[in-house]
Design a protein around this ligand. Structure first.
Ligand SMILES: C=C(O[C@@H]1C=C(C(=O)O)C=C[C@H]1O)C(=O)O
Length: 446
């Protein structure tokens, strides 16, 4: 490990060549290979792009402190400086996969063991699925003999060929006990205190979160959890990060933080929520009410304005799409797509830094919101509501906001969900909204 200034380290041996080999394979079952290869691993399955899985660590970059994303960019540039092939199709190029914690003051204590303030891994093996095939990419850094990398490819190919899915996707493990933080009564007090602060004028919005710790009847099968989320949440970004043998962070989030491809930036404002109806009529009525709700439009537009403002130093023209209702299995949200063309090429981490946390998960103004969150929430957000994603040597990449998520180890999991509080929020409605947002993870577990 070498040190890159305070708190930064990289096992990427910046000046050593990065050796990459790739092979196209017949389609393989992701569930089967996830079963066959253990941690460290990462899964990234976007709604509209190929699925990606990484195993092992050819290099690990981690950093903390206020400059964590700048430090990471420096170590990543060094790691990628001597890449031996970069003209391959996008999904097959070497990628750093990982994420950062909600706040830079985070310590990787339980349940977040292994989840540094910022941590990205260049996998030893990457598998990327295309429409009818898959690509295996093997990465190695430094004194590794290129012939050893070829051997690793052959070994991995043999193992992948042998990997067969183990029967049907199992049923969720089942929940035997649950512990909420805060209690309903305490939540009411917290929301009222936040509203008082908003009335005082130094805060416009704050997103307060809850945690739900559950014990499971059986140990969690990660390949099966991901398979169940694929079926139930195909329109969401499914992700999983497991730094070592310990905990895993996973989710199915509807919220893109930012993606950068060349000069094109895509992001979204997602805030303002209601439930789903039991009938089509009720569902449409709820959607219409949401689209018309002054409180939700206010909550939403604070996010859209902040996103546009944060992008403006990098892009002279920022396009705002139409505000519509995004329907998810347990909730509906107001959503506005936002796109921009960058004036100059920028690294996706620069935009992550500019945007995180948006007021969809933090609040406004950001410092007053963080102060309120820190004083109010009696648990560590860890990587919940934080940027999770990947980037490559060109600085292209994609990041989601890690909501609708849980951190789990063996037969325990902690789920997180939050709601935006504005001046006219009602504590009980916000409570109900949070329970709906636990839906995706609870469905995966019970
Ligand atoms: C904070 C969460 O969700 C965010 C908050 C929303 C809201 O307050 O309406 C809606 C979508 C997300 O941006 C969460 O799911 O935990």
């Amino acid at each position: 490990m070498e040190s890159l200034g305070s708190g930064g380290d990289a096992s990427g041996r910046g000046d050593a060549p990065l050796v990459t080999r790739r092979r196209e394979l017949d389609a393989v079952s992701r569930r089967a290979v996830l079963d066959a290869f253990g941690p460290p691993r990462a899964v990234w399955t976007p709604p509209d792009d190929p699925s990606f899985v990484g195993w092992g660590a050819a290099a690990t970059l981690s950093a903390d402190g206020r400059n964590r994303l700048t430090q990471l960019q420096v170590s990543a540039d060094r790691l990628f400086a001597h890449i031996d092939a970069d003209d391959a199709p996008q999904g097959t190029r070497p990628r750093l996969v990982g994420g950062i914690s909600f706040h830079d003051a985070h310590q990787p204590d339980p349940p977040w063991t292994g989840f540094d303030s910022a941590r990205f891994v260049l996998p030893q093996l990457q598998l990327t699925w295309t429409d009818d095939s898959a690509w295996l990419t093997a990465n190695a850094v430094g004194p590794d003999d290129p012939a050893a990398v070829d051997d690793r490819v052959e070994d991995a190919l043999a193992e992948i060929e042998d990997a067969t899915p183990s029967g049907r996707i199992s049923e969720p493990p089942g929940v035997t006990s649950r512990k909420r933080c805060p209690s309903r009564e305490r939540w009411r007090e917290q929301v009222r205190a936040a509203i008082d602060r908003i009335s005082g004028g130094d805060l416009q919005k704050v997103v307060l979160a809850q945690s739900l710790s559950v014990e499971l009847e059986r140990e969690l099968s990660l390949p099966d959890v991901i398979a169940r989320l694929d079926i139930a949440y195909p329109d969401c970004q499914r992700f999983l990060v497991q730094p070592g043998d310990g905990p895993v962070f996973f989710g199915a989030t509807p919220e893109r933080l930012v993606s950068v491809s060349g000069r094109t930036v895509e992001t979204v404002a997602l805030a303002g929520s209601t439930g789903r109806g039991d009938t089509t009529e009720e569902d449409e009525w709820l959607a219409a009410e949401l689209l018309d709700s002054k409180k939700d439009i206010h909550e939403h537009e604070l996010v859209a304005d902040a996103v546009r403002t944060q992008l403006s130093p990098y892009a002279s023209s920022v396009q705002t799409g139409q505000r519509t209702v995004r329907k998810l299995p347990t909730v509906q949200h107001l959503q506005t797509p936002i796109t921009a063309e960058l004036d100059d090429a920028e690294h996706v981490l620069t935009l992550v830094e500019a945007l995180h946390p948006t007021p969809a998960v933090g609040g406004l103004p950001p410092d007053a919101a963080w102060e309120t969150i820190k004083e109010t929430e009696a648990f560590d957000r860890g990587w919940y509501a934080s940027p999770v994603g990947w980037f490559d040597a060109a600085g292209d990449g994609a990041f989601a906001v890690g909501i609708r998520s849980a951190v789990a180890e063996a037969d325990r999991a902690t789920l997180f969900a939050g709601a935006g509080i504005v001046a006219d929020s009602d504590p009980d409605r916000e409570w109900d909204e949070v329970q709906l947002k636990y839906g995706p993870m609870l469905d995966a577990l019970e």
